[in-house]
Design a binder for this molecule. Sequence first.
Ligand SMILES: [Zn+2]
Length: 161
Amino acid sequence: MSGIVVTPKGFSVTTKPIRDSGRFVGGVRYSPTTQIKPGERRSIRTEFKHGHPSHNKLPVGSVRERRETHTGLMRAWVKVAEPNVWKKRAVIVCESIHGPLPRGYVVHHKDRDSLNDDPLNLAALTRKDHQNEHRLDIALGHVASVLANFKHEFGYQEGVA
Ligand SMILES: [Zn+2]
């Protein structure tokens, strides 16, 4: 039994193990119909053109909205330099008005809308002040969930005494 298969377009080595010698010998399959030979171009229409950026390479100034993994909040990012340097839009807006954000400061969204980067909605706070600012949100959120649970448990309805 041989691992070599002769085909009309040449030869290929089968993936079948060659057991003649009693040893397992893996083979590499060269299929004349699927193998792309060096320099061969199969899809000229869809391949990248030299000197052109790929579709996911955006110019400086581009804005992208992405969900931040550690907070779950949406954020707008602006491409500020090549290659692939992005900065939070909130920080750019804040710095354009108040100057460079000092070390240890974060940009806070007053209305809690993380995509509302209107200058009037932004405030530079220390991390500690920022935590305190949101501590009330957490407390209020807790009150809201307790109240919702209470309404659910006891069938309380708004406006009904
Ligand atoms: Zn905040």
